[in-house]
Design a protein around this ligand. Structure first.
Ligand code: PRP
Length: 219
């Protein structure tokens, strides 16, 4: 290792987001050749020269690894960060995977929202849904947790609306649903462990500064 006392460890979100994150990292001189083999099932990768370690985790586990300090730094979606509610510092918007968290449903459901009816809300994100309805809209609702294909909720009559991610809007359209209210914009964020932020401050600030420059240039 080169003048580094310890590895700086990254938890990345397995799949497309990890690929995009690494492509961005490469632009600031951080690379991990080992990870380029797409057929590999390995989960941990090391760049000895730069003193960096990367591991690939499922999105909801990324903030967990970071809160416990197993990873110094994590990259995952704002949706996951909000839903998990872990004690971590969010330090940078990578502006990757931009989409929106929305309340969606059939057009008729708009009235139910306007009249603050006690509706049923299906979501993969029960915490975000609860925060939005209870703390922002002061509307009492029943939240039903689903694990995917949430658009089914209003179609089969499980719920009146859903709280879900909308990217192109294609899934909604194909299922006769629409955006009724927008909760917040989403994108990938970099999070940092609270102790690492103090102990590795110089390395982390340098990295965040370098990445910010590249991201701003793209805007
Ligand atoms: C996400 C989200 C929507 C869809 C939105 O689902 O939950 O269903 O993508 O994208 P669009 O607006 O471009 O159509 P994902 O593909 O992650 O699968 P899931 O339904 O199993 O969560």
């Amino acid at each position: 290792m080169l003048e580094k006392d310890r590895y700086l460890t990254f938890a990345l979100t397995k799949g497309r987001l990890a690929d995009k994150t690494l492509a961005l990292f490469e632009q600031v001189g951080i690379e991990c050749r080992e990870m380029e083999d797409k057929n590999s099932r390995k989960l941990i990768f090391v760049n000895e020269e730069l003193g960096l370690k990367f591991f690939l985790a499922k999105a909801p586990d990324v903030p967990t690894y970071v809160e416990y300090g197993v990873a110094d730094i994590g990259v995952t979606g704002k949706d996951t960060i909000m839903e998990e509610g872990r004690r971590v510092f969010e330090v940078l918007d990578l502006k990757l995977g931009k989409c929106r968290m929305c309340v969606c449903g059939p057009a008729e459901a708009k009235q139910l929202l306007e009249h603050h009816e006690q509706i049923r809300v299906a979501s993969k994100y029960p915490k975000i849904a609860r925060d939005y309805f209870y703390n922002e809209k002061y509307q009492t609702v029943d939240i039903i947790k689903l694990n995917g294909s949430v658009e089914l909720g209003p179609i089969v009559g499980l719920s009146d609306v859903i709280v879900d991610i909308v990217e192109t809007g294609g899934t909604l359209k194909e299922n006769g649903l629409m955006v009724l209210e927008e909760i917040c914009p989403l994108s990938a964020r970099m999070i940092v462990n609270q102790v690492s932020m103090r102990m590795e401050n110089a390395r982390i600030r340098q990295l965040v500064g370098d990445l910010r420059k590249v991201i701003d240039e793209k805007e």
